[in-house]
Design a protein around this ligand. Structure first.
Ligand SMILES: Nc1ncnc2c1ncn2[C@@H]1O[C@H](COP(=O)(O)OP(=O)(O)O)[C@@H](O)[C@H]1O
Ligand SMILES: [Mg+2]
Length: 639
């Protein structure tokens, strides 16, 4: 097979697990079993927490598929109508969280009951058991039976009925309970009444499980999963109660149904982390956070590439034949994954964009470095938008903060940020008055770090948040914009240090138009130009000694000075005048450039003070030389 068709076939799958499972690669070899999946499968963890696109639904889809969970499984994904019902659900006499807990417990009980009725027929041939029949009758009388509701009934509609039932009365005759009479005083609160009714239903379910012997020994337990809660979430208190209620209900139901049912809740990290409730600490042991390392993402990419071309594609072939071996001098896989937030959706999007550029638009046989660059810009624009929309609910001001980073260097100090923010704070506060407490300098740095937009410098590393790292500490002063946002912000170089404008273009040099005038002895002009070169070298030496400087920053200052040095070195000895160079002016303009850099560096507070001092000193020296006495090298006037 030639490269052409191979690249045309290459793709990395769909961006969301639901579509990826039906029309993509997820269930065709594109799934990578990670720690979160193993934790979910083993049943040791109940809460699977991850950022948008980190693979929550993928785990869910995989567990639902053949070869996933080894027993029956039910997936609940609340749609708009169901979400609305739950958010609105109230019971007089109960606080919001507890009311939401009851409605979720009801949802679980009904799903378990429906499962038992079907399961008893199929797996146990024990559907003549009274307890099972009772569940069947209960479902029918309350409009919850799968037969009574064509297409299994929409969750939202069924919930509406169930909610009314809990608030008033459910038909519980199937369990031998005569309406409200047997359930205590009519004077008791709505909440107390609902709880009593619910307990009857739950006990009915427990009894049937017990009599059927579904306690995890004969066959695997029923797996009940809830995913896509984010679709019905907002920052309103009702929404928070909806999620807290879900957690409480799952915990309660898990102990109630013991080994017969296992619960798995998939929650977006931003939602989970925004909850605060008294019993929150009881859930830490149930939490499992999805974390992706670069290596794991690389494995995932390879698995997907192989699944798409349907042949034994070697890693070597993927990264050397289909992709360019390096991008900007860096190993391509490392470059690509470094430009993604660490989650599969980002990797899939970026790599598909590369394939689109080369295979689809360019109809080429290989992806070139230029394709990666082009795809990277597109991807960066997406990411800037996506991050704002991911946090639209929790941090609606985010996209306004991005403006603070437009057309600047990607390395930013706390004090630079302070200056920029000072200028913008008033207008941001006016737009988001409800968030003024967060909208302080420390507050916004915390948010920008937490969402993965800024990394913080720790020692010689830049650390981006991944759910495990310390928050930004007050003494930490240097930050970097994550590579995936840089192109979209126009922040592709480390600093915004001014560029040096070379006097002598490459063309002029190539055409040989700089004329040499033989080997005349060194004159004043030559000595002055040599002094420029030696200034450059001494600044470069200072940069090299500035070990505390961030590498990207020192490289960039070095490059700027390197340009000055190259430029002056292009003037052949003894030929300044014949090439139209006014040497005094040349020294003055170089000195001005050094000063500009010195000011920019000090203002940037990037820890380059000594380099800035040296630039200033060399600028002074050049000015003195230019105006100084003939014959003196001026070196003695240096620092
Ligand atoms: N473990 C995995 N192996 C392979 N692909 C994965 C894995 N986890 C996620 N993906 C893929 O990444 C994309 C985003 O995952 P998804 O589950 O939709 O994210 P979430 O539900 O957390 O927002 C989907 O295309 C999904 O198929
Ligand atoms: Mg999902």
């Amino acid at each position: 097979m030639t490269d052409g068709p191979l690249l045309a076939q290459l793709n990395f799958g769909r961006e969301d697990a639901e579509r990826d499972a039906t029309e993509g690669l997820l269930l065709r070899g594109g799934f990578l079993e990670n720690a979160a999946y193993r934790g979910a499968l083993s049943g040791r963890k109940m809460l699977i927490i991850g950022r948008k696109g980190s693979g929550k639904s993928a785990i869910c889809m995989r567990l639902m598929s053949d070869g996933g969970h080894d027993g029956d499984k039910i997936l609940i994904t609340p749609d708009e109508a169901a979400g609305e019902e739950i958010r609105r659900f109230e019971l007089q006499g109960l606080p919001g969280d507890s009311a939401k807990e009851l409605i979720w417990r009801y949802v679980f009980a009904v799903h378990a009951a429906r499962h038992i009725v079907a399961h008893a027929k199929g797996a146990h041939a024990g559907h003549r058991l009274d307890s099972v029949k009772a569940l069947g009758r209960f479902l029918k009388q309350n409009g919850e039976s799968p037969d009574a509701t064509p297409g299994n009934g929409r969750l939202g509609e069924r919930l509406a009925q169930g909610a009314r039932g809990l608030q008033t009365s459910l038909a519980l005759e199937a369990f031998g309970v005569k309406a409200s009479m047997d359930l205590g005083q009519p004077s008791s609160s709505e909440g107390a009444g609902a709880l009593k009714q619910l307990e009857v239903v739950e006990q009915g379910v427990v009894k049937a499980f017990g009599e059927l012997g579904c306690d995890g020994d004969v066959h695997a337990p029923l797996l009940l999963m809830v995913d896509q809660l984010e679709r019905v979430w907002s920052a309103e208190p009702d929404s928070n109660s909806m999620v807290i209620g879900l957690l409480l209900a799952a915990k309660h139901a898990a102990s109630q149904y013991g080994r017969s049912v296992r619960f798995l809740l998939f929650l977006r990290a931003d939602i989970y982390d925004s909850l605060s409730f008294g019993e929150g600490d009881k859930f830490h042991g149930d939490e499992l956070r999805i974390v992706w390392t670069q290596q794991a993402l690389k494995d995932l990419v390879l698995a997907r590439a192989r699944a798409s071309v349907r042949e034994e594609l070697s890693e070597e072939r993927l990264w050397k034949d289909l992709f360019p071996a390096t991008v900007e001098g860096e190993d391509t896989a490392t470059y690509l994954l470094r430009h993604c937030l660490p989650r599969p959706r980002d990797a899939i999007q970026f790599l598909n964009a590369c394939q689109d550029e080369a295979g689809l638009k360019g109809q080429r046989e290989r992806i070139t470095e230029a394709d990666v660059d082009q795809a990277g810009r597109q991807f960066s624009t997406w990411k800037r938008k996506d991050l704002a929309s991911e946090y639209e609910v929790a941090h609606p001001f985010l996209k306004h903060l991005f403006l603070l980073f437009e057309n600047t260097g990607y390395v930013v100090s706390r004090s630079t940020l302070a200056t920029r923010y000072e200028a913008a704070a008033a207008s941001i506060h006016a737009k988001f008055p409800a968030y003024v407490d967060t909208l302080t300098l420390t507050g916004i740095i915390g948010v920008l770090y937490e969402v993965g937009f800024l990394g913080v410098r720790r020692g010689n590393d830049v650390v981006f948040a991944d759910g495990h790292h310390l928050p930004v500490q007050p003494h930490e002063t240097e930050f970097q914009i994550h590579p995936c946002f840089r192109a979209a912000l126009g922040a592709t170089s480390a600093t915004d240090l001014r560029h040096y404008e070379p006097r002598f273009s490459d063309e002029r040099l190539a055409s040989g138009s700089l004329t040499a005038s033989g080997s005349s002895p060194l004159n004043r002009d030559d000595r002055l130009l040599r002094a420029v070169a030696s200034s450059c070298r001494s600044i470069l030496g200072q940069i090299e000694r500035a070990v505390q400087l961030t590498r990207a920053v020192s490289d960039e200052i070095g490059q700027r000075i390197g340009r000055v040095l190259d430029d002056v070195n292009r003037i052949p000895p003894g030929s300044a005048r014949s090439n139209g160079v006014d040497v005094d002016e040349y020294l003055h303009s170089t000195a001005r450039y050094f000063r500009t850099l010195a000011v920019q560096l000090s203002a940037g507070s990037l820890g380059a003070d000594r380099v800035a001092d040296r630039l200033e000193a060399e600028a002074r020296r050049l000015i003195r030389l230019a105006g100084g006495a003939q014959g003196s090298t001026g070196d003695s006037l240096g620092p």
